[in-house]
Design a protein around this ligand. Sequence first.
Ligand SMILES: [Mg+2]
Length: 232
Amino acid sequence: MHPVWLLDLDNTLHDASAVVFPRINRAMTDFVIERLGMPEQQANELRQFYWQRYGATMLGLVRHHAIDAHDFLRATHRFPDIHRLVRRDQRLVHALRRLPGRKVVVTNAPASYARAVIKALGIGAFLEDVISIEAMHFAGRFQPKPSRPMLRRLAARLRVPSSRCVLVEDSLENLRSAHRVGMRTVHVTGVASGAGKVARKPRSGSDRRVGLQVQSVTHLPRRRPRSVNRNP
Ligand SMILES: [Mg+2]
């Protein structure tokens, strides 16, 4: 049976590290300066602190400063020029067209941004759904990746056991969570600029919680990665 591919977006399907992430970080710092009345250095440190502590700056701002999540997401993901920053990649288009199984994008980014990136990449036709951070709100709060309850709910929503799902990601922390809930995992190592050197040698076995390493989604196997992390 074909797997259900859960595809991360930024630094997995495209390189966000060169322009997109620096702009989002800048916008987040500006947001904190303006809303919390902080000097720039303090705002920058707070942004990074919440990112490290919660996995998303937004969670800290919502929890500790009563910031409206949707306000924050809108203000920090303004990319009217996204089609110039993210280009259609014909190899990616072919790879997703050929890849058997359902494909769902799962991203901690907001829906409007995710849809714009997917459109610019020209891959919307191959995707069953796009799960954005807005859809990761339950039990009264946002629970984005690497939340294990969220991953379990996601498999249930897709009506498949976790073991049928393969999370394809650049973030090891997110992959470890997926492994803990019984999903297969693929670590994408070569998409972000400057990651190529790390990716050249596959380090299979260096982290047993990661099932497979590939440089790019264009190198995904057609079948489920071997069951190194399959739950009995
Ligand atoms: Mg990513």
